[in-house]
Every structure is written in C-alpha cells, then in structure tokens.
Design a protein around this ligand. Sequence first.
Ligand code: HEC
Length: 147
Amino acid sequence: MRFTVAVIVAAATWAAFDSNVRASREPAAQTTGSGIYTEAQATRGDTIYAKKCEGCHAKDLGGADQAPSLTGKDFDAEWNDMPLGDLFERIHITMPGDAPGSLKPAEVADVIAFMLSKGGFPAGQTELRNDAAALKQLKYAAQGVVK
Ligand code: HEC
C-alpha cells in the first residue's frame, strides 16, 4: 500500500516536472510584432539600404519598375506567416539585384531590421540574428503592421 502511494506520488511529480521542462523548452512564438530588432540595428540597415537597395527599390521602399515594394500591403501578402529565415535567404542569395550574394550576413540582418522599422514593426532590446537557421524560428506577421 505504501509502495503504491509512493509510486503514484513519484509519477505525479515526474509528470509535473516533465511538462514544466517541456513548456520551457518550447520556443515562444515570436513574430515581427515581438520587438525582434533594435533601433541601432535599423539605423545601420538604413545606411546599407541607401547604398545597396534604394536605387531599385526606391527611397521609401515603395519599389519601382521591376523591383517590388519592401513594406506595405503587397509585401505583407507575400511574406505573411513566412519564417524570417526565408526572407534572410532570399535577400542573401538573390540581392542586390545587380550584385547577388555580395552582402555579409550581418548586413542582411541589419537591412531586414531597417525594413521592419519602415514597415511599422516595433523595435526591441535584442538584435535580429544574422543566421538563417535562427531566423526560421521567427515569423513575419503582417497583422502587426499599423496602417
Ligand atoms: C539592381 C536592382 C536591385 C537592387 C540594387 C536590389 N534589388 Fe531587390 N529586387 C529587385 C528585383 C527586380 C526584384 C524582383 C525580381 C527578383 O526577385 O529578382 C527584387 C526582389 C527583392 C525582394 C523580394 C520581394 C518580395 O516581394 O518577395 C526582396 C526582399 C529584395 N529584393 C530586397 C532587396 C534588398 C534588401 C536590397 C539591397 C541589399 C535589394 N533588394 C537590392 C531589384 C533590385
């Protein structure tokens, strides 16, 4: 009898422990609305954007000719719910259109921070990582945009 009680208590304790551990291991669902870049990073991205992107995507990120807008409704529709890691790879591999692959990973992260700031997403305390795999954990959430 005592043994049974001990087993039940042990099992209950383990279940509680296990679910705690699991809860703390699961990554919080972070999105572009969670403050995932810093203002300083966006400012660095602004400088990169002006030099390497603005010529095609326009100063206000509105796009021109073949180059699409990088904020707003169309961009939201294109990227909503997509992992930011995909956007990181898209830019790192295919942009700038006239020199694909020429940006360093840190420059790609900075330029995404700038795009997010222009898109009305809040800045936070932590810089956006310059690592596509880490950015797969973060989602572009268009509903975070204040229009
Ligand atoms: C020489 C012109 C040119 C430059 C410079 C350029 N782009 Fe582009 N970009 C394009 C064109 C054209 C497209 C659409 C066709 C394509 O995907 O190649 C595009 C597409 C994109 C897309 C995909 C948009 C979507 O709706 O999915 C992103 C993101 C992007 N560019 C970011 C950048 C960033 C960031 C820079 C600066 C580092 C940059 N581009 C520099 C011409 C350019």
